[in-house]
Design a protein around this ligand. Structure first.
Ligand SMILES: Cc1ncc(COP(=O)(O)O)c(C=O)c1O
Length: 396
C-alpha cells in the first residue's frame, strides 16, 4: 500500500539529507505482481534498473520464477560473477579485449556468462578472446525488434539483424568460430516495453501510440518466431529466447517460443512507468531532499535534487516530486544541480529541514547518485545497503 508524506517524514527524521530509499513493502509487492504479469515465463532481472546487489539477491531469492540477470556491461557481469551470481546474460555488445578475456576466465571457472553479438566484428573479437583463454564462449544474437511505419521508426536503433535471413547469415559465421556457441536469441521491443501509452491529458497521442504498438507487436512477434525457427532449422539449439521489458509483459508472454522475459524498472517503478495502461506498479524507490529556503510563499527551495534521466531530452526525463502530494517542479528551474524550488500549496506545513520526496524518471540511474539505499519496512528503516556506486563500481 502506498504511504503518505507523514509516514516517510517520521522515518527520515534526524537522518542526513539527501538520502535515497527503497520501501520494501512496495518493492516486494511489485516483485509479486511482476510474476503474475509474466504468465508462465521465466523472468530475467535487468540489473541496470536495480544497481544494488542486495536487492538483486532479494528478487532472485523471492521466487524460483526469477532466474538469472541481464547485465549491462561485461565488466559488470564479471563483477557479479565474482560475487557469486550466475546465469548472466550481457545484453549489450563490446569488442574490448580485456573485458572479453575476463568474461572468458569466469567461464573457464565454470560460470555461465552469455555475451551479445550482432556482427562479424563482434564474432572476431569474441572468438579471439575465447581462443586465448581456451574456452567455448556462449553467445546470444540480438535481433532488432523495431518497426518501420511511414514517416516513423518505431523502436530503437541497436542490432543490424532485422530479419531471419540476416540471422541465418550471422549464424553461418558463428559456425566458423571454433570457440563460440550460439545459445540464445534476444529481441528487445523497446517501443512496447519502454514507451508509455497513458499520459494524462494526451488522449490523442496515447491512442496513436496504442495503435502503433498493436501493429508493431504483430510484426515483431512474427519476426522473432521466424528468426528462432530459421536458426533451429539450421541446427542451432537455442535454449534462451529473451524478450520484453517491464512495459511489454502482457504481449511478450504470449509468444510461445519466448523462454524468458526481462524485467528491471518495474521493481522500483520509476516515474516513466507511471504512464502505461496495462499495469500500475507501486513507487517503491525515491530520494528525499531538504527544504533549505522559502524565497516566496508557496515555494520551498530544496538542496540538490536535479537527477535528470538519460535519453532524448524531454520533460518526462525530469524527476517527479512525489510527496507531499501536489508538490511540483517550477517550469523555469526544473530540478537543479544544487537547488530545486518546489511549488506546494497543500495541507502539509513544510519547514526548513523537512524532506521533499522525489522519484527518478528511470529506475537504476538513481543509484548512480547515492552510495546507499535506506531500506524501509513497516514504518522504520530496517537496513542500509550499498548501491553499485557505494561498492565503488561505475560501469557506464
Ligand atoms: C535489452 C533490454 N531488455 C530489457 C530491457 C527492459 O528493462 P526494464 O524492465 O528495466 O525496462 C531493456 C531496457 O533498456 C533492454 O535494453
Amino acid at each position: 500500500m502506498k504511504q503518505d508524506y507523514t509516514y516517510y517524514k517520521s522515518i527520515f527524521k534526524g537522518r542526513r539529507l539527501p538520502l535515497a530509499y527503497v520501501d520494501l513493502d512496495l518493492f516486494d509487492e511489485n516483485v509479486r505482481n511482476i510474476i503474475t504479469r509474466s504468465g508462465d515465463k521465466k523472468i530475467r532481472v535487468a540489473s541496470k534498473s536495480v544497481r544494488c546487489t542486495n536487492l538483486l539477491r532479494r528478487v532472485l531469492d523471492s521466487d524460483a520464477r526469477y532466474q538469472g540477470l541481464m547485465c549491462f556491461t561485461v565488466a559488470e557481469a564479471v563483477y557479479l560473477s565474482q560475487l557469486g551470481f550466475d546465469d548472466l546474460l550481457v545484453a549489450y555488445p563490446t569488442t574490448q579485449r580485456e573485458q572479453l578475456k575476463s568474461a572468458c576466465s569466469e567461464v573457464s571457472g565454470g560460470k555461465s556468462l552469455v555475451l551479445m553479438v550482432d556482427s562479424r566484428e563482434h564474432l572476431a573479437s569474441h572468438q579471439s578472446a575465447a581462443a586465448e583463454i581456451g574456452v567455448t564462449l556462449q553467445v546470444c544474437m540480438d535481433v532488432d525488434m523495431s518497426s518501420k511505419f511511414p514517416g516513423i521508426h518505431f523502436g530503437v536503433l541497436r542490432s543490424n539483424i532485422t530479419n531471419e535471413a540476416q540471422a541465418a547469415k550471422l549464424y553461418e559465421e558463428i559456425l566458423k568460430c571454433p570457440n563460440l556457441k550460439l545459445v540464445g536469441l534476444m529481441g528487445y521491443e523497446a517501443q512496447i516495453a519502454g514507451l508509455g501509452d497513458n499520459y494524462p491529458g494526451q488522449a490523442i497521442k496515447n491512442s496513436v501510440v496504442k495503435m502503433l504498438k498493436r501493429k508493431s507487436i504483430t510484426l515483431l512477434s512474427a519476426r522473432r518466431k521466424a528468426a528462432v525457427n530459421t536458426l533451429n532449422s539450421m541446427g542451432a539449439d537455442l535454449s534462451l529466447v529473451n524478450g520484453g521489458g517491464t512495459g511489454s509483459l502482457e504481449s511478450t508472454r504470449e509468444e510461445e517460443l519466448v523462454t524468458e522475459v526481462t524485467v528491471g524498472s518495474g521493481f522500483y517503478a520509476s516515474g516513466l512507468f507511471d504512464n502505461f495502461e496495462t499495469f500500475n506498479h507501486l513507487p517503491s524507490a525515491g530520494y528525499a531532499i531538504e527544504v533549505v529556503r522559502q524565497p516566496v510563499p508557496g515555494i520551498y527551495t530544496c538542496h540538490g535534487g536535479g537527477y535528470t534521466a538519460s535519453g532524448a531530452v524531454a520533460a518526462d526525463k525530469l524527476p517527479k516530486p512525489y510527496l507531499p502530494e501536489g508538490a511540483k517542479l517550477t517550469p523555469n528551474e526544473g530540478a537543479g544541480e544544487v537547488q530545486t524550488p518546489i511549488a506546494y500549496d497543500g495541507p502539509e506545513t513544510l519547514q526548513l529541514g523537512d524532506p521533499v520526496l522525489m522519484r527518478h524518471s528511470k529506475a537504476g540511474e538513481l543509484c548512480e547518485r547515492f552510495n546507499t539505499l535506506l531500506l524501509i519496512s513497516d514504518g522504520k528503516v530496517v537496513d542500509e545497503v550499498l548501491t553499485y556506486r557505494g561498492e565503488g563500481q561505475c560501469f557506464l
